[in-house]
Design a protein around this ligand. Structure first.
Ligand SMILES: Cc1cc2nc3c(=O)[nH]c(=O)nc-3n(C[C@H](O)[C@H](O)[C@H](O)COP(=O)(O)O)c2cc1C
Length: 195
């Protein structure tokens, strides 16, 4: 069993986050979630820990947690933790599901403008990463997608586990490949990744 960091990005498949979080916990993993701002359009971060009325930041980390008090003019103090580094130290496997086209491009190019991409940028590349892309069929078939996935494989030699998207009617109405893989396939990939 492992410390699993679940990254969630702005695909409609993020609607499945509470279920995926639960399934990973049922596998016996310790699970924390890091969600992009866009992903929050698709699920309620409070749903992960129903025992509390408000979001539990120990369970799900948002970008705002990286910068406590910033809006009020507060400054970081020496000795305070750097959250994305703390999370990277804690995580034994990084599962990014769903991985949308935007974050895929950022990972490929090393852009680090939110908590999730900072973790990837600081990642120990000997530790496994599982990605489950989810996007419209034409986005999936676009040459940029294949280029970016190839770059990810080069960056994580032998330690990138790609869970291929499936073909079905997508949320936008198009029919084709691009829907996130089933939760069973993602769970199986995590099992493979942590052995
Ligand atoms: C309703 C809706 C559904 C979306 N679904 C997807 C999707 O499945 N895959 C994808 O790559 N982008 C999708 N997007 C676009 C992303 O949310 C957008 O590129 C966003 O900037 C991603 O930000 P993030 O990568 O920081 O999460 C969708 C946008 C909307 C409004």
């Amino acid at each position: 069993m492992a410390n699993v960091l679940l990254g969630v990005t702005g695909s409609v498949a993020a609607i499945l986050t509470p279920q995926l979080y639960q399934r990973l916990r049922e596998e016996g993993h310790a699970v924390r979630v890091v969600a992009t701002q866009a992903s929050l359009y698709f699920f309620d971060p409070c749903a992960l820990d129903p025992s509390r009325p408000e979001r539990n930041p120990e369970v799900i980390v948002l970008d705002e947690d990286e910068w406590p008090g910033r809006e009020q003019g507060r400054h970081w103090q020496r000795g305070e933790p750097v959250l994305h580094i703390e999370l990277r130290r804690w995580a034994e496997v990084f599962v990014i599901a769903p991985l949308d086209a935007n974050t895929l491009a950022k990972l490929a190019h090393g852009l680090a403008d939110n908590c999730l991409t900072c973790i990837w940028r600081a990642w120990d590349t000997t530790r496994p990463v599982v990605v489950a892309p989810a996007m419209n069929t034409l986005m999936w078939e676009h040459p940029l997608t294949h280029r970016h996935l190839e770059q990810l494989r080069e960056l994580q030699p032998g330690r990138l586990h790609m869970v291929e998207p499936q073909s079905k009617q997508l949320a936008c109405g198009d029919v084709g490949v691009g829907a996130m893989a089933s939760l069973d396939e993602i769970i199986a990939a995590v099992r493979n990744a942590v052995v």
